[in-house]
Design a protein. Structure first.
Length: 152
């Protein structure tokens, strides 16, 4: 369709309008996708401020989606994932900042990446909910406090 419009000696205004609408729809779709990935705008997590995180559930989410790279105890694994225990990033981030980092992931060239490795959004598990992120963030915090016991 674009070739027909560009090669026409007598441009049809309806074809140009259709092409413009398609371009706008494409740009809007791209912007929505980027917002959802947290690449533009601040992004957010939708958590009831009165919700108490479920540490047992957070431990299960961590075991499935985080431990492969960060280790069962959050001490990190060589060439796979940074330690979460005694981590300046974890210690100096708010829960919201941690949830957002987990939600959108991190590229290897991110200046805050200590290992220069990518972290996939949601640990590669796109089905994680904001509640899952809330629970796993609380569990990561509990890992740094050995006096907090979480048992399955």
């Amino acid at each position: 369709m674009a070739e027909d419009v560009l090669e026409s000696s007598n441009p049809n205004p309806l074809k140009w309008m259709a092409l413009a609408v398609l371009a706008i729809v494409g740009l809007v779709g791209l912007c929505i996708a980027m917002l959802n990935m947290g690449r533009i705008g601040g992004g957010s997590v939708a958590i009831d401020p009165n919700r108490v995180p479920d540490l047992k559930h957070g431990m299960k989410v961590y075991a499935v989606s985080c431990a492969t790279c960060h280790g069962a105890g959050g001490k990190g694994l060589p060439h796979q994932g940074a330690p979460l225990v005694n981590s300046a990033f974890v210690d100096n981030s708010t829960d919201h900042q941690l949830m957002m980092m987990i939600k959108i992931g991190r590229t290897a060239d991110d200046p805050k990446s200590v290992m220069k490795l990518p972290m996939p959004a949601k640990g590669g598990y796109s089905n994680l909910t904001d509640e899952d992120l809330h629970d796993v963030t609380a569990y990561v915090r509990a890992l740094a406090q050995p006096k907090v016991a979480v048992t399955p």
